[in-house]
Design a protein around this ligand. Structure first.
Ligand code: CTP
Length: 411
């Protein structure tokens, strides 16, 4: 089974470390890049070697680490040329304030800055993961340098917010290795959804019976979160309306948390105005208690269970698909179908009933909570099966399919 790993297969990344306490995170980042199939060549400044040893980085990357332009392994001492020519990207993580200033001025007094200056600027992208104290980050000099470095062609991956090694709290932490990995994968992903505004629903909804009880379902939200991540990787602006799940928000995705189907409906109706693609992966509760109690329902001693009455929730997907935006072709709608049996027939009928151009069918009990899935795609031309794979791998495939179909639908 395809696990979805290896999204950086064939990519050669030069991972540059400048001096900063965040060097400890570079070890995990190196591992993560390799796990995704990249080859990693580590280059460290002298200052970086004060924070982490070359031995650690060598063991993790499986390649000897370069720290000096006078390295005798390189013919004619041309490490700065040779290393940059082979790279698909140079990623500086951590990138200190001092190293940013150095890059800005085109200084080249040690191997890492020399290599960045000597890189073929059109062929080898430079990605920077800044890491510094919050005051250093906020300083006008650093902010000015950041703007100019972007103008010079570098990609700044941003910084995290939180507790800093110096004891202060604020902006300037290096992003976590998993976040940087997401950004690097996104950087290399073809931008088939550039310019699209994608709205995704995900997870279950929760319908209150009283303040402490409610009904929900087994949806984990993983497929919807994977769709949001894959759409963002493909260059879309993504808004994710999530039911109650405890999943981390994909990088660069705007998340709106909701609880009930009614909340989700209100949020989606407003957000759909600006969307160009709507992907409904949420397992929306079909019914809600007609009159949820404002206070906890107590046992009355009779031994009888309370009688609950239900009303049907609005069908969010069907209502968006019936909107002017969808009918005029401005908004492309994609539904999901969670079935327990007769997948193709039920999904086919559901696509027609909801009036959506594309429906993705899956067997709910086989996939709820799992990391993998197998789906069938149905459109007006027929059906295509996508075999079992990780949800992220499938989501990336689906984003490609949706991008092609939505383009065709508009032309
Ligand atoms: N959906 C929705 N609003 C609802 C119910 C479903 O937007 N109130 C969307 C889901 O997000 C999904 C699609 O409709 O994209 C199909 O959902 P599913 O639960 O498979 O089907 P139902 O419409 O609930 O039909 P049934 O329960 O009869 O299978």
């Amino acid at each position: 089974m395809d696990t979805g790993a290896g999204h950086l297969a064939g990519k050669h990344i030069v991972l540059g470390l400048s001096g900063g306490i965040a060097c400890y995170k570079a070890a995990e980042l190196c591992r993560a890049l390799i796990k995704e199939g990249a080859t990693v060549q580590v280059v460290m400044t002298e200052a970086a070697a004060q924070f982490i040893t070359a031995v650690t980085m060598q063991a993790l990357s499986g390649r000897s680490v370069y720290t000096s332009q006078w390295d005798s392994r390189e013919a004619s001492s041309m490490a700065h040329i040779n290393l940059s020519r082979e790279a698909d990207a140079i990623l500086i993580a951590p990138c200190s304030a001092d190293f940013m200033a150095k890059l800005l001025h085109g200084r080249a007094d040690e191997l890492l800055s020399l290599m960045c200056l000597a890189r073929p600027i059109d062929k080898v992208p430079l990605l920077l993961a800044p890491a510094m104290n919050r005051e250093m980050w906020a300083h006008p000099a650093t902010q000015r340098n950041m703007v100019q470095l972007q103008a010079d062609g570098a990609t700044i991956l941003g910084v995290g917010h939180g507790f800093q090694a110096c004891g202060e709290t604020g902006d300037g932490r290096m992003l976590e290795p998993a976040e940087l990995l997401e950004d690097v994968i996104a950087f290399f992903t073809p931008k088939v959804m550039a310019g699209q505004h994608v709205l995704v629903t995900a997870g279950p909804t929760y319908e209150a019976i009283d303040p402490v009880r409610g009904i929900t379902n087994l949806s984990s939200g993983k497929m919807g979160f994977a769709m949001a991540r894959a759409a963002r990787e493909a260059g879309a602006q993504v808004t994710l309306v999530a039911g109650p799940v405890s999943l981390p928000t994909p990088r660069g995705v705007n998340r709106i948390n909701v609880k009930s189907a009614q909340d989700m409906h209100v949020a989606v109706t407003a957000l759909a105005q600006d969307a160009t693609i709507f992907i409904a992966t949420a397992a929306v509760a079909d019914w809600r208690p007609a009159a949820p109690s404002l206070q906890k329902i107590k046992k009355d001693g009779s031994g009888d269970a309370p009688k609950l009455e239900f009303v049907e929730n609005a069908d969010i997907l069907a209502s968006v698909a019936a909107s002017d935006a969808a009918r005029s072709g401005k908004l492309f709608c994609v539904g999901f179908a969670a079935e327990s049996h007769a997948l193709a027939e039920n999904a086919h009928a559901k696509r027609l009933r909801k009036k959506v151009p594309l429906l993705v069918g899956n067997i709910g009990p086989d996939t709820f909570g799992q990391d993998d899935n197998a789906v069938i795609l149905l459109d007006e031309h027929g059906s295509t099966e996508l075999p079992r794979a990780s949800k992220l791998f499938l989501a990336r495939q689906l984003v490609g399919e949706i991008a092609t179909r939505s383009r065709a639908a508009r032309s």
